[in-house]
Design a protein around this ligand. Structure first.
Ligand code: URA
Length: 196
């Protein structure tokens, strides 16, 4: 477990980052991340949304409310560590609903932060929320072949979940809802294990 001071120092560095704004990918840098040094579960999303620009807290919008319902279903009432593949709001998608998916160069610019968070936190349970986080930390493939599974690595387990934003229709299919429920059952079991 890291010291609260080391985690605070890393968060201060992350919150001070302006790389993507400096490179012209986004108009304004406002990195968001939140978690305690004692968290054993770490949630990785895609990128903050517009609401997080005002709250400064990850998953505080509509997607966050749905994520909290999922966590509650897995027996987790207190939201654990929350971060994302890129830490600033990327803007709205040019077409269609939802936010713009961060580009590979933005992901590469932001990647050292997530690497440092993972190296410092050494989470026992890593929850990958949405296809971007799944691609980066699990591998590419259709959500339907990945959600519902669990991957055990030395010292940690990876649990992939769909994105709770509602922008994708993936969860409209009852078969995919069943995969989500299976993922949440894994999360409930693994969360109990790390808090036992
Ligand atoms: N809000 C966040 O902070 N992160 C996400 O990945 C999605 C919504």
């Amino acid at each position: 477990m890291p010291s609260a001071r080391d985690l605070g120092a890393l968060h201060a560095e992350i919150r001070g980052c302006t790389r993507c704004a400096d490179a012209g990918f986004i108009p304004r840098a406002f990195p968001v991340v939140e978690g305690r040094s004692t968290d054993r579960i770490l949630i990785v999303g895609q990128a903050p949304g517009e609401i997080e620009l005002t709250t400064g807290r990850p998953f505080s919008g509509r997607a966050g409310a749905e994520l909290r319902r999922w966590l509650a279903e897995a027996g987790i009432e207190d939201p654990p560590y929350r971060t994302s593949i890129t830490k600033c709001f990327p803007g709205k998608a040019a077409t269609g609903p939802g936010d713009r998916r961060p580009s590979p160069p933005e992901i590469a610019l932001c990647a050292p932060w997530l690497e440092r968070e993972l190296a410092l936190m050494k989470p026992r349970v890593l929850v990958l929320v949405g296809s971007l986080a799944i691609e980066r930390l699990w591998g590419k493939g259709p959500l339907g072949t990945i959600v519902g599974r669990i991957h055990r690595e030395p010292g940690r387990v990876l649990i992939p979940l769909p994105h709770p934003s509602g922008a994708s229709r993936w969860l409209n299919d009852p078969a995919n809802q069943a995969l989500l429920r299976r993922g949440l059952a894994h999360l409930r079991r693994e969360s109990r294990r790390v808090h036992a």
